[in-house]
Design a protein around this ligand. Structure first.
Ligand SMILES: [Zn+2]
Length: 152
């Protein structure tokens, strides 16, 4: 299996029978059951329709049903983190970074606010890196794959 970022997958609109292929972040949004995706594009009709009108070509499963199944099969931690916990993680990183920068500024006697803001940015960045490292680990634990796009 190659890099999931390069993978392509196609689905068929039941009403017109035309297949549509997706790649990249569009495919990720469709495969990630915690994304807010409710519809997708049909290249036959040149229009968007609800997910329940489409089936994956490789499995024959309805996209809406596959997303429900994957969300239900995800571990508690995966559900927590991707269902909104990621925001708390980023906020925590930013708050800790701000606190460290601000505290250091107070300690050395100046620039508390600018140092706090720089620290907050670093904390946010650290939170993003942590999130990027956590998601594949959680997915591997739940499903044995490291990217939603590899999931069937
Ligand atoms: Zn169509």
């Amino acid at each position: 299996m190659g890099d999931p970022r390069d993978s392509e997958r196609s689905y068929t609109h039941k009403r017109c029978g035309e297949p549509t292929a997706l790649t990249g972040v569009y495919l990720l949004a469709l495969c990630d059951p915690f994304s807010a995706t409710v519809g997708t594009y049909c290249s036959g009709c040149h229009e968007h329709f609800p997910l329940k009108q489409f089936t994956w070509d490789d499995t024959g499963e309805r996209i809406s049903a596959a997303r429900r199944r994957h969300a239900a099969e995800a571990s508690t931690w995966t559900r927590f983190l991707l269902g909104g916990g990621w925001l708390a993680l980023l906020a925590l990183g930013a708050a800790l970074g701000f606190g460290a920068g601000f505290g250091f500024g107070r300690l050395v006697g100046g620039f508390s606010w600018p140092l706090g803001l720089v620290g907050g940015l670093f904390g946010l960045f650290a939170g993003l890196l942590t999130l990027g490292a956590l998601i594949p680990v959680l997915l591997r634990g739940s499903f044995g794959v490291s990217d939603w796009r590899e999931l069937r």
